[in-house]
Design a protein around this ligand. Structure first.
Ligand SMILES: NC(=O)c1ccc[n+]([C@@H]2O[C@H](COP(=O)([O-])OP(=O)(O)OC[C@H]3O[C@@H](n4cnc5c(N)ncnc54)[C@H](O)[C@@H]3O)[C@@H](O)[C@H]2O)c1
Length: 398
């Protein structure tokens, strides 16, 4: 089996795949469509990061492609529908950088609460000002976390360990960790928190949920952080509340439009404010997160090719059977219509193939069946399973 890993994927990914017997070729940069079309013949596993676009035309042409690993968080660069049509599994690493985001948020909360952005600017301008005015400890201050998911919940634990009182608001029913207090509404959180930090997900309904009305509800002198999604916040309104002095400071890592590449100009209403920390979407960008992403995504790809496991796949039904040292496993991906399982088992029964373990999962238009059988069966079985009208892809794992 051959893998092509683009965009300088972490070496741990190479190690995971090589240990599984995969021949790995790596490239430092992203490939464009022409380069992908030339490189993909004979490649079963493709690893990319966010700069390689994988359009439907490339997916349709990549005859041997079995799985795509997005060694990053998002998968917008991949034509996932086209991957579904060809039965190509797509994996990503949605949680590998959770800790990195949390640590940046903590650093920013401390820096803003202490007024470090101003002190730092003063010092660089040759101004020595030792005054404690406006500088606070974070101990006992109230942190309001909006979105209590992976990042929000981990931030809650760390902030509490530093002595903060944690409030949170989530649209879903979330268990409060430690002494964190759940707020019944966003308004309740905004009216009570000294620091408001956004960690909501990127669902479409979260567009512009945070504007003048929400900033106005916040306490005078409060701080605001957004390390979630750029389109969630109205930056004109944020600037107005910072300039009026209603908010004491802000830290923003994500923007409605972000420059495409290194060196491109960053345009934002938030530039030039002394009490605002601006970072170029680096909440999750640490070497530790990259290493974890490398290990995680390569591990998912390996488990898919070796065991048929689709756990945490972006597009296929989630399914896993325990590893199978002997015998064969048939992985059957099909259109999710009634009767496919019966047809598969009918074919196996007709050829007197005994099923030793079996699992079916469905997701949207796709169904996936893993079937463990003894080694002794006629090869025509696989031909017949492949020839079924509903079949998208059949793989024999042994
Ligand atoms: N800055 C970065 O580099 C960086 C890195 C990783 C993740 N992120 C972003 O951080 C965000 C959080 O990531 P996560 O892994 O914790 O996601 P998650 O899906 O685990 O958690 C999101 C939580 O927000 C809640 N939520 C959604 N909409 C809400 C709303 N309107 N009000 C209140 N709660 C709401 C959900 O119920 C969920 O509990 C995501 O948007 C993610 O893309 C940014």
């Amino acid at each position: 089996m051959r893998a092509l890993l683009l965009e300088n994927v972490h070496p741990d990914a190479v190690a995971v795949l090589t240990a599984a017997g995969v021949e790995v070729e790596s490239a430092e940069r992203a490939y464009d469509e022409t380069e992908l079309l030339a490189a993909l013949p004979g490649v079963e596993l493709l690893g990319i990061r966010s700069k390689t676009d994988l359009p439907a035309s490339v997916i349709a042409a990549a005859a041997e492609l079995v799985a795509v690993g997005a060694f990053c968080i998002g998968t917008n660069q991949i034509a996932v529908e086209a991957a579904n049509a060809r039965g190509i599994a797509v994996f990503n690493a949605p949680f590998s950088n959770t800790r990195s985001v949390v640590e940046l948020a903590i650093a920013e909360i401390v820096a803003l609460t202490r007024g470090l952005t101003r002190k730092n600017a003063d010092m660089h301008a040759g101004v020595w000002d030792k005054s404690a005015e406006g500088a606070h400890e974070i101990r006992s201050r109230r942190l309001g976390i909006v979105g209590y998911g992976n990042i929000g919940a981990q931030l809650s634990v760390l902030a509490e360990a530093l002595g903060m009182q944690v409030l949170f608001y989530d649209t879903a029913d979330k268990l409060a960790l430690g002494n964190a207090r759940r707020c019944a509404s966003l308004d309740e959180l905004l009216e009570n928190a000294d620091v408001v930090t956004l960690h909501v997900d990127g669902r479409a309904t979260n567009r512009d949920i945070f504007g003048d009305e929400q900033f106005s509800r916040m306490r005078s002198g409060a701080l605001f952080l957004n390390l979630s999604r750029g389109f969630v916040v109205d930056h004109h309104a944020l600037r107005a509340h910072l300039e009026s002095g209603h908010l004491a400071g802000a830290a923003v890592d994500v923007f409605p439009t972000e420059p495409k590449g290194r060196g491109d100009e960053f345009v934002s209403e938030l530039r030039g404010l002394p009490n605002v920390i601006l970072t170029p979407h680096i909440g999750g960008s640490t070497e530790e997160a990259q290493q974890d992403i490398g290990r995680y995504v390569a591990g998912k790809m390996r488990d898919y090719v070796v065991e048929g496991s689709t756990t945490m796949s972006v597009n296929l039904p989630h399914l896993a059977l325990p590893p199978r040292p002997d015998g064969h496993r048939i992985a059957h991906l099909h259109h999710n219509v009634p009767g496919v399982l019966a047809a598969i088992n009918g074919t196996l029964a007709e050829h007197k193939v005994n099923i030793e373990a079996q699992l079916l999962g469905t997701r949207g238009d796709l169904g996936y069946v893993l079937t463990d059988v003894a080694v002794d069966y006629p090869p025509v079985v696989l031909d017949e399973l492949s020839a079924m009208d509903e079949t998208v892809r059949v793989r024999l794992l042994s």
